[in-house]
Design a protein around this ligand. Structure first.
Ligand SMILES: Nc1ncnc2c1ncn2[C@@H]1O[C@H](COP(=O)(O)OP(=O)(O)O)[C@@H](O)[C@H]1O
Ligand SMILES: [Mg+2]
Length: 201
């Protein structure tokens, strides 16, 4: 993939991270002459319509949000059978990396990070979007101090019906009680949970 030109516009430079569903690369947007992060869905998932729909949904959910604590999505598309999503590039680490390095954060760090995450979540909830995969790997800590919530890959509209028997999505260790009981995800349930974290700091 390195060196490849996606959709005649995004030149892939290097790999940033590989996840279960997609790989994130650093790329250059040749049209606007700027660095971007491009998330490219794994080839073996390209034939799977559920994954494809989810990928497009991720772009649409995130694109509806313009907030300093949410990763900006610029573009989304398909090149041959390759689905991709273009977002602002945030050089830095994730909250998971920080926790691994320090094991325990200072109260100041904790409050700063939670404040940013809660602001991003509040903006999403205002727009009727429930993230559903909130975890340290999806909190990006940029070298310049910006803190942003990313990976809206499992996000869904709060108003969307949750059919009974529908697959449980998310990361087991971070699922909210309402999700694990297969109830509809609601912004209120999720934000209350985080708000209680906040008061405990
Ligand atoms: N905009 C970005 N800028 C820099 N790195 C990013 C960006 N988006 C994601 N990453 C990196 O890629 C990893 C995977 O991205 P993510 O969107 O969470 O994909 P996945 O669906 O595979 O979990 C993140 O944990 C982070 O390390
Ligand atoms: Mg992720």
């Amino acid at each position: 993939m390195i060196g490849r030109l996606v959709d005649g516009r995004y030149q892939v430079r290097s790999r940033i991270a590989r996840g279960g569903m997609a790989t994130v690369y650093l790329a250059t947007d040749l049209r606007l002459e700027r660095r971007v992060a491009i998330k490219i869905m794994h080839g073996h998932l390209a034939d799977d319509n559920t994954f494809k729909t989810r990928f497009v949904q991720e772009a649409r959910s995130a694109a509806r949000l313009a907030h300093p604590n949410v990763v900006n999505v610029f573009d989304q598309g398909q090149d041959a059978d390759m689905a991709y999503l273009v977002m602002e590039y945030l050089p830095g680490i994730t909250l998971r990396d920080l926790l691994k390095d320090y094991r325990r954060l200072t109260p100041e760090q904790t409050v700063d990070i939670l404040d940013a995450v809660l602001s991003g979540l509040a903006a999403a909830h205002k727009a009727g979007i429930v993230h559903r995969d909130l975890k340290p790997e999806n909190v990006l800590l940029a070298d310049d101090g910006r803190i942003k919530l990313g990976d809206f890959g499992l996000a869904r509209a709060a108003s969307a019906n949750t059919a009974t028997g529908q697959a449980l999505l998310g990361t087991i260790a971070y699922l909210s009680p309402s999700s694990s009981r297969a109830a509809s995800p609601t912004p209120a349930a999720t934000s209350t949970r985080w708000a209680s974290w906040r008061t405990r700091c």
